[in-house]
Design a protein around this ligand. Structure first.
Ligand SMILES: [Cu+2]
Length: 376
């Protein structure tokens, strides 16, 4: 009984953090905005906020269950709307054997980031952003990742891929101290939607502090004659790939008070970013999402698309769907996959996506697609 009551109180505390309509938590938001010269008031009229910056009306009607105010993207150094299609393809050179060598440079650094309006989080980052850069390569290339640790703790990059033990990014194999550098090198395989994360101990703390990112390996069409067209559509830089609207979404969460529970949930870090600024998609162009779940402390996460169904490629390692015509998938931590769908037969409008854990949705993880006929 006592434990149940404690649990309830804790849940209530977590909601307080984001529910703008509650004055106690709203104070934080107001204070943060005041410091920035804004005059919005949590949960009340926002006369100084332009109509375009307000959440869509129906979301407000949802009981104002989204954050109030704006996160300072410039101070964070990353904009959730741009993260969606910000592929880091590194620099390319040719090895003597005629194979492509793709080199990435990644630096670990401590950085305070704003994860919801007025809520700062002391993150550990790759290249100053959370999630870290989306590394994108092509199957069969040689990859070289130059990793520098300018943070205050030992860190590593542990790749979900195929590589030698000494490249595994675990203690004794690529885990480096502050001020040190390590070069990971391995072949890009298998093709798919993968991830990397720090493997320093305690693992749950290093991951939860923001040390993770997506790692996409596009299939080489020449190696897949039986599904060449599909492979080409996945290969960045081809005309076939340009026919898609591709987005990377890393489902993450933040434990702001170090109680081994998350207070803020999101895709790509900023709570409700895509609810406030819906992701514009053309109705005639198919959508492909590289979805990765890195949430610590909660055993499972999910992705549910409203008013539509999608095909799913578990871990992205196949060229035929592993699930067809579903509107929800679940992912454990480090699970990931590719979603494909389109709005060809839909009328334009706002189409929601969120996990089907309502708590996550209320605490920051929900968004909208703004389906339009053409981009104006
Ligand atoms: Cu680390």
């Amino acid at each position: 009984m006592g434990e149940g009551k404690l649990w309830l109180e804790r849940k209530f505390d977590r909601r307080l953090l984001l529910a703008g309509g509650l004055a106690a938590a709203g104070g934080t938001v107001v204070a943060a905005n005041a410091a920035r010269g804004q005059t919005s008031h949590a949960g009340h009229e926002m006369p100084a906020v332009a109509a375009a910056e307000r959440p869509p009306a129906h979301l407000s009607a949802h009981g104002a269950m989204i954050t109030v105010g704006e996160v300072d993207d410039a101070r964070n150094g990353f904009d959730p709307s741009k993260l969606l299609s910000d592929w880091y393809t590194g620099t390319v050179s040719m090895l003597p054997e005629g194979r492509t060598l793709r080199t990435f440079e990644v630096t670990a650094e401590d950085k305070e980031i704003e994860i919801a309006p007025g809520i700062m989080f002391p993150a550990w980052t790759y290249n100053g952003r959370v999630p870290g850069p989306t590394l994108r390569a092509t199957e069969g290339e040689r990859l070289r990742i130059v990793f520098r640790n300018q943070g205050s703790h030992p860190h590593s990059m542990h790749f979900h891929g195929i590589h030698a033990a000494r490249m595994d990014g675990v203690p004794g194999a690529g885990l480096i101290g502050p001020g040190e550098e390590f070069v990971y090198e391995f072949d890009a395989r298998p093709f798919g939607c993968h991830l990397y994360h720090c493997h320093a101990l305690p693992l749950k703390r290093h991951i939860q502090k923001g040390m993770y990112g997506a790692f996409v390996i596009d299939p080489d069409p020449a190696r897949h004659p039986e599904h060449e067209a599909v492979a080409r559509s996945r290969l960045l830089g081809t005309p076939e790939n340009a026919g898609w609207q591709e987005f990377v979404m890393v489902m993450n969460a933040f434990d702001t008070n170090f109680d081994n529970e998350n207070e803020v949930y999101a895709v790509n870090t900023v709570a409700h970013a895509y609810a406030k600024k819906p992701i514009r998609v053309l109705k005639d162009k198919p959508v492909r999402i590289y979805l990765v779940n890195v949430v610590e402390f909660d055993p499972i996460n999910s992705f549910h698309l409203h008013a539509n169904f999608f095909d799913y490629y578990n871990q992205g390692t196949t060229l035929t769907p592993t699930l067809k015509t579903v509107d929800l998938i679940t992912q454990c931590q480090a699970e990931r996959g590719i979603l494909e769908f389109h709005f060809r037969d839909h009328e334009p409008g706002l189409y929601m996506f969120h996990p089907h854990q309502s708590e996550f949705t209320e605490l920051g993880w929900s968004g909208m697609f703004d389906v339009v006929e053409a981009v104006s």
